[in-house]
Design a protein around this ligand. Structure first.
Ligand code: UD1
Length: 345
């Protein structure tokens, strides 16, 4: 059973490719490697012990995508291909509208939806903005987006909702990720930030290994237990398994639209993450406090009851596991040659 993964060489896509194979599916990766690296495909192959079908194509290229679809005939799609840096989206919003919205529309125009029984979309908890109630449920109201990136996820959800409502026999699952971290326990695949990382965990591991001098904790006066922001950090392998569970459910139900939070249901502060990292890496991290980062939500974590009940899914990895795997990955990275390694600053 072939499943098309757009952006399948990326952080979450690569782990999902592995999880699909472990569950008897055949991933077909389409990725133009603008934010990922060809060695990732080789490393997926090392993990699973078989060859992977992959195409180096831009998902917005209708002709190429049409040909791939005709050749491969997938029964499901997981759509990861998108840009995801919040700050960059403020500086360069058109890049985000082009890649995350226009390319989604282009893609929907060429897929033969009659043949795609299950479509899973990478969404984000960013769609909730600053939630009124925590833990946040899927039924929470969608607030005005903080950034163009957040808005592209809201619009993407809306486009897909409208599109799938008009179709009688395909199912759509929108997965709202909380904060994906960690790496594959093999140390062969993980996150590859381009240039200076904007996310917390790659910044921590790069500081510990000496690529960065010091981590700045953004804000220490939030109304939280230790004054730093609270997030729900989810291991990327757990997140990958949530995609497989969603895809399977969609294939069974054929005509449904579902929305799930994918998080652990637990909040951790920035200082909790630092403490856990210091424990597993046995490193004293060089960090200090700085001002709040514009646009940061003080506190958000998921209510994951729905996905637990409907998909029989749960997060298996602890925060310590996540950080141990992220650290292993950072230490392994030296072995791989990749373009983003050259753009460290
Ligand atoms: C946000 C989005 C998330 C999206 C992600 C993409 C929300 C709630 N979350 O994650 O949906 O997928 O962007 O990048 O909108 N921090 C520091 N120092 C650093 C870096 C981060 O203190 O150098 C802190 C941040 O202030 C924040 C926490 O670490 O409190 C996590 O930040 P980050 O990893 O960037 O993720 P979010 O901004 O939560």
């Amino acid at each position: 059973m072939k499943i098309l993964l757009t952006g399948g060489a990326g952080f979450i896509g690569s782990h999902t490719a592995v999880a699909l194979i472990e569950n008897g599916f055949e991933p077909i990766i389409v990725d133009d490697f603008r934010n990922s690296e060809p060695f990732v495909i080789k490393n997926i192959e090392k993990i699973v012990g078989k060859k992977i079908t992959s195409y180096s194509s831009d998902i917005g290229n209708k002709e190429e995508v049409k040909n791939i679809l005709q050749k491969e005939n997938p029964i499901g799609v997981i759509h990861f291909a998108a840009d995801k840096a919040v700050n960059e989206s403020v500086v360069n919003p058109m890049k985000y509208y082009q890649n995350n919205v226009l390319n989604l529309i282009n893609f929907l125009e060429v897929i033969d939806i009659a043949k795609i029984n299950s479509f899973v979309f990478s969404s984000s908890c960013t769609v909730y903005g600053v939630p009124d109630k925590i833990p946040v449920k899927e039924t929470a109201s969608i607030k005005p987006a903080f950034s163009p990136y957040g808005y592209t996820k809201q619009v993407g959800e809306r486009i897909l909702n409208d599109f799938f409502k008009s179709l009688p026999s395909s199912s759509l699952t929108l997965l709202r990720y909380f904060n994906p971290i960690g790496a594959h326990p093999s140390g062969l695949i993980g996150e590859l930030p381009i240039g200076v990382p904007s996310n917390l965990v790659p910044y921590i591991t790069q500081t510990a290994i000496g690529k960065r001098k010091k981590l700045t904790v953004f804000g220490k006066d939030y109304d939280t237990k230790d004054g730093t922001c609270i997030r729900d950090y989810i291991h990327v392998v757990d997140l990958a398994n949530a995609h497989v569970a969603s895809l399977k459910k969609g294939l069974e139900s054929k005509d449904s639209i579902k929305v799930f939070n994918v998080g652990t249901g637990k909040g951790a502060s920035v200082l909790d993450v630092i403490t856990a990292f210091e424990k597993v890496s046995k490193h004293d991290l060089n960090y200090g406090f700085g001002p709040r980062r514009a646009g940061d939500v003080p506190k958000i974590y998921s209510d994951n009851t729905l996905i637990k009940h409907e998909l029989d899914w749960d997060a298996k990895f602890s925060l310590e596991d996540c950080l141990e795997h992220s650290w292993n990955w950072e230490k392994n990275l030296i072995k791989f040659k990749y373009k983003s390694a050259k753009k460290q600053d």
